[in-house]
Design a protein. Structure first.
Length: 303
């Protein structure tokens, strides 16, 4: 099969339309359509189902697109191996992660890894759990960092660590010196910083609220984890975050935290994921191991 046609088909499947794929490829839409038509004639199957707004792959189209993705992965791997043969350790590693991982990722992982691998660059994009899994499955990024993700058929977990959701408290809070887990309901009357309704952590909290027949009192709703930390340090109320998001503040005594007793919150976990069946380039494979060894998110919680 023609390499260009495969590349164009993969772009169309990712973009959802011929015109959008043509924009990404920087070619005319007619050139993309022509390659798809020739590819369909070659395989003897319709590869795309035309809809009023865009296209979706047929079953045959999905299979050919998966072949095109594997071919692209193998080409990238070969290029990486040839560079290493020439003594060149360069390239860009793509990462997708939830915003709560950013400080841990930079301070405890990328800073040290970059020192040892000066020729490697990093493309880091923030996303929702579903968006990160989809990007990894499509091959749009090499490594994903996600909190409590659902199973995905095209994504493989490499490392996970239990990272319970904690109640984050200002110093001096009546529960700040406690070590025993408390139920989320304990904070039902306190002003709280909460993530937006579409965030995975907020949805976990929502399930506990629904099961217990109570509601937390949102005083601040924001996707910014920095604002959550500042909100609690200003003694405006409480927040609910995993330990790795506030590790530095806990260490330095700016915040306190107590575990939550609710099972769904105490069993939440952080995960490193890659696309199932993919062999990562050498640099990305090394970074994967480095992240697992150095990030707070992938250390077991203190006893």
């Amino acid at each position: 099969m023609n390499d260009r046609a495969l590349r164009y088909l993969l772009a169309v499947v990712r973009a959802g339309s011929v015109r959008a794929a043509a924009d990404v490829l920087n070619v005319a839409a007619s050139a993309v359509s022509r390659q798809i038509i020739e590819l369909e004639a070659q395989v003897g199957e319709t590869l795309l189902e035309r809809l009023p707004r865009g296209v979706v792959p047929t079953e045959a189209g999905r299979l050919v697109a998966e072949h095109a993705q594997r071919q692209a992965d193998e080409a990238a791997l070969l290029e990486d191996q040839l560079k290493r043969l020439r003594g060149v350790q360069r390239g860009t590693i793509g990462l997708r992660c939830g915003a709560g991982f950013l400080i841990d990722l930079l301070d405890n992982a990328l800073a040290g890894f970059a020192h040892d691998h000066p020729g490697i660059a990093y493309q880091v994009e923030i996303g929702t759990t579903d968006g990160i899994l989809a990007a990894i499955a499509r091959g749009d990024a090499d490594i994903g960092l996600v909190y409590n993700p659902p199973a995905h058929p095209d994504v493989r977990g490499i490392v996970s660590a239990r990272q319970p959701l904690l109640a984050v408290l200002p110093m001096g809070h009546p529960l700040a010196d406690g070590a025993a887990p408390v139920p989320l309901r304990s904070f039902a009357t306190e002003p709280a910083a909460l993530l937006p309704p579409d965030h995975g952590v907020r949805q976990l909290i929502g399930r506990v609220e629904a099961d217990g027949g109570f509601r937390l009192v949102p005083r601040l709703e924001t996707a910014s984890f920095e604002l959550h930390r500042r909100f609690v340090m200003a003694a405006m109320g409480v927040a609910f975050l995993p330990r790795f998001v506030i590790a530095a503040e806990l260490r330095d005594g700016f915040l306190a935290a107590v575990p939550l007793r609710d099972a769904i919150l105490s069993e939440a976990s952080a995960h490193l994921v890659v696309r199932a069946g993919r062999r990562l380039p050498e640099g990305a494979a090394r970074l994967l191991g480095w992240l697992a060894d150095h990030m707070v998110a992938f250390r077991p919680p203190p006893a």
